[in-house]
Design a protein around this ligand. Structure first.
Ligand SMILES: Cc1cc2nc3c(=O)[nH]c(=O)nc-3n(C[C@H](O)[C@H](O)[C@H](O)COP(=O)(O)OP(=O)(O)OC[C@H]3O[C@@H](n4cnc5c(N)ncnc54)[C@H](O)[C@@H]3O)c2cc1C
Length: 761
């Protein structure tokens, strides 16, 4: 890297951060390759991750550097569009790679040809490679990830979740949406007046039997579709959530594909009004817009009809029939949002790793204050307070990773099962029942993990920003835009509080069934809800039982079990409170906590199972003993840190006493911090994030914090550009400094005796 500074700090007697960071690397005995395999799930996924990262950061169009932080909204929109066009070519390439089909035929053309029956339709596996690429791109450039994610993840998955097999093939293959070709989709659920409460959306889709078509309308201002990603400039089509009205009867909110723009000119079609949402807190590269529909006519076939069908009248009889499959209709309606939630848990792992790496490297390289005149200044990380602020945050991505990979696998296997059973003819009633239970569990887990982890990472970004002092506030060090881009994850695709309430209410129902009726489905519930097994609940409330089991180093599961005990006790308290008050809202604060505790429990349990090699499908790949011990210390610190954070609730629900907190929990916390401090650089190197992905000079691998940061500041703000410090608006400043006495003279002069005498009184 060229050095823009002429001041030589390389041989400075005091500030040589790269030496400090390299020394930590040399002193650590951790096997970072083994840890990276653990974090990337297994050797195959690990190798793929690194191949994709290597391609992304070296791609001339996709690569992102610190210039990114200075771009205007319009520049961001245009650059994002260029990157989407680039990703579209990768998409075709990735599908051909998975199918191993590059020679002698045009696979994409064949998939698009409606007459082609010799080529198998696209499956989740076919797009898995591109999905992974997109997830990694989103880590470098979140707005790009979202802009493509809205088209593929929301538009595409809404069609996949709600469309018939023919509709899926038509929109995704024949029309080309699955290859980002032919059409570009957006997702119109939210309205100006309603977001979370989807059942109350007001846009209407009225069936006209004469035209055998739907007429889409925005009945009033509050029904305007709002926030719609891609609507302002790019989308040619949308999936629109609208009330199905047939012969005066309201069948509730269903989904419809509505064309918005001419495919060639991108001009709006008749009856469509669209505007730009304008500047946002972050992710300005996404063209969010608003949409109104005025008597827009679409064919009946554009209603997504896997679970609800409108069957026109036959042979002159005027009875129109609406057929629904109630078991799956409602749950599948929201399935488009599932993939986003699952991906946000994976994003939490990757964003958490990035900011933990920046702050840890800075904490090791930065020195402040010397204990006495003759010693050098201490590294920040050697202050116990700084260890407490940085190291527990570093454990978060470690604990999120196994849960994120597991959730992703469950998502794919459950959806595959759903497509299979819902396409079978005759209908497989038992299969439908099982898959709908699995979907419900997936909703609970994904909702609570999405909400809890996106909250954890919001806190992590800001807390770690503060640990980097003033340099953390510089846009070039990633925290500012990172935070602004991140926090919307707490709101979209299910607001975190709403998601937490929904998942906790389902957990409460399972608890009541188990505690009062002994109902517990071992095969479906043992994995995520083992703490709701009636035998365990009984044990928690048996005075001699092990309900008060406190953490115990000879029993590593105890660090997970304490959360199981607390969940049971809090759920029992909530159950009793509702019995008395008959008011669920009165305990909603506690319900949100249940969802958080459920997510923390899931992460600890999954990590524990992986590290002990308990799960045959999820091995740890850690063989070195010292590395394994350190990985256990991470697990312990995560559990202890959050017990301490929630010590009020742990005492309120009599899981721990004040004495336990001060004699066991807090000493344990203080004992673990220095143990992890020893290896903190190796623990961040284990994420194996290249500098191009970190994009924050105070956190680069070589640890040359000051040169790297200075270089980026000067590169983006060249001194000569302003004529050596002379601003374009310099005249305003010089006029102010050289102003005369005219203003004063008009007031009667500074020697206005009346005023002076008043002031002196
Ligand atoms: C940048 C951005 C992009 C977006 N892109 C899209 C898109 O492409 N397509 C799309 O359809 N939508 C999109 N959205 C909309 C997003 O999904 C909604 O904003 C989100 O679902 C929340 O809905 P809302 O804004 O109406 O909040 P509200 O539902 O009004 O909630 C406001 C607050 O009230 C609380 N609250 C609401 N009800 C209750 C209750 N019963 N109990 C307790 N608390 C309650 C919520 O927790 C929240 O804190 C986007 C939003 C943003 C910010």
């Amino acid at each position: 890297m060229t050095r823009l500074s002429t001041v030589n700090t390389k041989d400075s007697p005091v500030l040589i951060p790269q030496k400090l960071i390299n020394k930590e690397r040399q002193d650590s005995k951790l096997q970072i390759d083994e840890i990276n395999t653990f974090l990337e799930s297994n050797p195959e996924k690990q190798s793929l991750t690194h191949q994709l990262i290597d391609q992304i950061v070296n791609d001339p169009i996709l690569q992102t550097d610190t210039k990114y932080y200075d771009q205007t909204k319009d520049q961001q929109r245009e650059i994002t569009a260029k990157k989407i066009a680039r990703l579209a070519t990768y998409m075709e390439h990735d599908i051909k790679t998975v199918r191993a089909q590059f020679r002698d035929n045009d696979l994409i053309k064949q998939l698009q040809s409606s007459s082609s029956s010799s080529v198998l339709p696209l499956t989740n596996k076919d797009i898995s490679l591109f999905d992974k690429r997109l997830s990694l791109v989103a880590n470098i450039d979140p707005q790009l990830g979202t802009r493509v994610g809205v088209h593929l993840g929301l538009f595409g998955n809404c069609i996949k979740g709600n469309g018939t097999d023919e509709q899926i093939k038509y929109w995704l293959q024949t029309r080309g949406a699955a290859f980002i070709k032919g059409i570009y989709g957006c997702f119109s659920m939210t309205e100006l007046g309603h977001g979370s409460n989807v059942a109350q959306l007001q846009t209407t889709a009225t069936y006209d039997s004469k035209l055998d078509s739907f007429v889409i309308n925005t009945p009033d201002l509050t029904a305007t579709k709002w926030w719609i990603g891609g609507a302002a400039h790019s989308a040619t089509h949308t999936v629109c959530y609208a009330r199905l009205l047939v012969e005066g009867k309201d069948y509730g909110v269903k989904t419809f594909v509505v064309p918005l723009r001419d495919l060639e000119t991108l001009q709006l079609l008749p009856g469509i009004s669209i505007g730009d949402i304008g500047s946002k807190m972050g992710r300005d590269g996404i063209d969010n817009g608003w949409i109104q529909f005025r008597n827009v006519i679409i064919p009946r076939e554009y209603m997504l009809s896997r679970f609800t069908k409108v069957i026109p009248s036959e042979n002159g009889s005027d009875k129109v029939t609406v057929k629904t499959q109630p078991q799956l209709d409602q749950i599948s309606g929201y399935s488009a949002l599932l993939s986003g939630r699952v991906n946000m848990v994976m994003d939490s792992f990757r964003f958490g790793s990035k900011f933990a790496t920046i702050a840890t490297r800075y904490a090791v390289g930065r020195q402040q204050f010397a204990p006495n005149k003759n010693s050098t200044e201490l590294q920040l990380i050697d202050y116990p307070l700084h260890q407490y602020r940085v190291l527990p945050q570093l454990t978060i991505p470690y604990l999120v990773s196994p849960a994120a990979f597991k959730l992703m696998d469950t998502y794919y296997s459950t959806l595959d099962e759903l497509y299979k059973v819902s396409s079978s003819s005759p209908a497989n009633a038992n299969g439908l029942k099982v898959v709908s239970e699995k979907l419900k569990n997936l909703f609970i887990d994904s909702a609570s993990l999405k909400a809890t982890n996106t909250w954890l990472i919001s806190t992590l970004i800001d807390e770690l920003r503060q640990t980097c002092g003033g340099h953390g506030y510089s846009q070039y060090n990633a925290f500012g835009k990172g935070y602004d881009d991140w926090v919307v994850q707490c709101t979209w695709e299910g607001d975190n509080n709403i998601l937490s309430l929904t998942s906790a209410k389902s957990i409460l129902k399972k608890f009541v069934d188990s505690a009062t009726k002994g109902k517990f489905n071992n095969s479906l519930d043992e994995d995520s809800f083992n703490y709701l097994n009636p035998k365990f609940i009984m044990k928690v409330f048996t005075p001699s039982g092990d309900s008060t089991s406190i953490i115990d180093d000879d029993d590593l599961y105890s660090y997970t079990k304490i959360w199981e005990v607390s969940l049971v006790k809090i759920l029992a308290f909530i159950g009793k409170s509702i019995e008395r008050s008959r008011d669920v809202d009165s305990v909603s604060k506690l319900l949100v906590m249940v969802s958080k505790f459920h997510a923390i429990h899931s992460m600890l349990k999954t990590y524990h199972n992986k590290l002990t090699n308990n799960d045959p499908h999820d091995k740890s790949f850690i063989n070195d003993q010292y590395t394994q011990e350190t990985m256990w210390n991470i697990y312990k610190l995560f559990s202890i840190y959050f017990i301490d954070k929630h010590s009020g609730e742990f005492q309120q629900f009599k899981i721990l006493t004040p004495n336990d907190i001060s004699k066991i929990i807090q000493p344990k916390l203080l004992e673990l911090l220095p143990k992890l401090r020893k290896d903190c650089i190796a623990l961040t190197d284990s994420f194996k994030l290249p500098d191009a992905m970190i994009n924050a000079p105070i956190g680069y691998y070589d640890g040359d914090i000051y040169h790297n940061y200075f270089n980026e500041v000067v590169k983006n703000n060249p001194v000569e550009k302003d004529g050596a410090g002379i601003a374009p608006y310099h005249k305003i400043l010089s006029d102010m400094l050289t102003r005369g006495f005219e203003f004063d003279a008009k007031l009667g002069g500074s020697s206005n005796k009346d005023i002076l005498s008043m002031l002196n009184k």
